[in-house]
Design a protein around this ligand. Structure first.
Ligand code: ARG
Length: 460
């Protein structure tokens, strides 16, 4: 039987003709999995050492293969070796180049493994690194938020519910809400890491291997905490990718809310914040424009990050065990969410640091006396009035003010006593945004003393 000349050297044995050009380009993943090469080299080196440790190959062969893998990695670093579409994926590209460099001994490397367990070992190492980088970048944004809180520690703004002015709050209190969201994002990543940190290698293509391998040895070499117990699950499990992508989706829910608020605060209507020239962009037509592009794009990119999660969820749905080529589609969404998160977090952190808050504009908005209506009601509760009654009295005061086009802060104690005898003279002193803020000393409340304590703790 005539043998095809250009059939892939790794699996060409049972084929009569080479893969059609178009089919090869369509099935190849080298265009995107090339970035896994440092992990693939590490995995192959650990595997080679194990093969020698267990006597499957000789120490001399091990030395040649390990040296060759280091050389191939250097060639990839420098761009001297560029994998081709005909290599199909990064695993075969590296093996092909290894065999070109060290000859037939290179053919011993792939004993007791399959690309099915190899690829997902690479990806797990990649995600472990990605989690560390993103955790660090989230920490960077948290640090930027703390910097703003400290710079504007006494700044008061209106807090909103239903995007209607509700009660005065400290800007720092508002921003630390984002700090807390980001802390949960980091907790989620730390928890995800426990399920990423599992070695699949040794599962082979599906069923394990008859060769006397030592998986614990490989786990130790690669720094995996655990070993996958079931070979079929090992090669088809993508839960850790789904979890990571979910964590990124939730992170972007938070980032897009922060970005959305900054965009809103930078409007002429709000005027709470001025963007730094270096972190905003202009319009090609309207010369006066300064646009919050970074914030808008972070908000917008939440779309692709959510999409990446849905993409992989959909790819995995209904797949029979064990490995299926569908799973090759896990990588681009994963890589995209990693890159989008890293880029968004670092740029947003720098942009947040450069923000100039307009304390007067925020204070003016917060000095709207109606924002203190709850304080009137709570004053009456302290004086012994049941809350529902107190709420009604305060409501009557609000109505009176609306009808007479005045503010509750325009009423002195005597005027307030027309609504309730329980108002003492001290009510006048308490009816300021500063008092309203600082008296909310309850755990989790917006009082300055709370913010000060929290910032001191967080700065450590
Ligand atoms: N390129 C493949 C992937 O990304 C590697 C595993 C392929 N295995 C196979 N038998 N085709 O998932």
């Amino acid at each position: 039987m005539a043998k095809a000349k250009t059939t892939n050297t790794s699996w060409g044995g049972r084929f009569k003709v080479p893969t059609a050009g178009g089919a090869q380009a369509f099935t190849a993943s080298i265009g995107f999995d090339i970035r896994l090469y440092p992990y693939d080299v590490r995995v192959s080196i650990a595997h080679t050492k194990m093969l020698a440790h267990t006597g499957i190959i000789s120490a001399a062969d091990r030395n040649k293969i390990v040296k060759g893998l280091h050389a191939v990695e250097k060639e990839l670093d420098s761009g001297k070796f560029t994998p081709q579409v005909s290599d199909e994926d990064i695993h075969m590209a590296i093996e092909r180049r290894l065999r070109e460099r060290i000859g037939s001994v290179g053919a011993k490397l792939h004993a007791a493994r399959s690309r099915n367990d190899q690829v997902i070992t690479d990806v797990r190492l990649f995600v472990k690194d990605a989690i560390a980088v993103i955790d660090d970048a989230i920490g960077g944004l948290q640090k930027a938020l703390i910097g703003v809180c400290k710079k504007y520690e006494s700044a008061i703004m209106p807090g909103y519910t239903h995007l209607q002015r509700a009660q005065p709050v400290l800007l720092g209190h508002h921003l630390l809400a984002y700090y807390d969201m980001l802390s949960r994002d980091r907790e989620r990543l730390a928890s995800c890491l426990e399920r990423v940190d599992i070695l699949p290698l040794g599962a082979g293509a599906i069923a394990g291997t008859t060769l006397p391998i030592d998986r614990a040895y490989v786990a130790k070499e690669l720094g995996f905490a655990r070993i996958a117990e079931n070979s079929m699950d090992a090669v088809s499990d993508r839960d850790f990718i789904l979890e990571f992508l979910s964590d990124m989706a939730i992170l972007f829910a938070h980032l897009s809310r922060l970005a959305g608020e900054i965009t809103m605060w930078a409007t002429a209507e709000f005027g709470f914040v001025t963007l730094h020239d270096a972190y905003s962009t202009g319009s090609s037509m309207m010369p006066q424009k300064k646009n919050p592009d970074i914030a808008e794009l972070v908000r917008g990119k939440s779309g692709r990050v959510y999409g990446n999660l849905v993409s992989v969820l959909t790819t995995i749905k209904g797949l029979p065990l064990a490995y299926n080529s569908d799973l090759q589609e896990d990588k681009e969404p994963l890589f995209d969410s990693v890159d989008t998160a890293t880029g968004s977090l670092t740029t947003l952190a720098a942009m947040v640091t450069s923000l100039r808050f307009n304390e007067e504009a925020m204070a003016a908005a917060a000095s709207d006396g109606f924002l203190l209506a709850t304080d009137l009601a709570e004053y009456l509760v302290s004086a012994g009035e049941p809350f529902r009654k107190a709420h009604e009295v305060a409501g009557n005061i609000v109505l009176h003010c609306l009808e007479n086009d005045i503010s509750p802060t325009d009423l002195d104690a005597k005027a307030l006593r027309k609504f309730s005898k329980k108002f003492g003279d001290d009510i006048e002193r308490l009816m300021t945004p500063r008092q309203s803020v600082d008296r909310r000393k309850v755990v989790g409340g917006t009082a300055s003393s709370n913010l000060k304590r929290r910032l001191r703790k967080l700065s450590k």
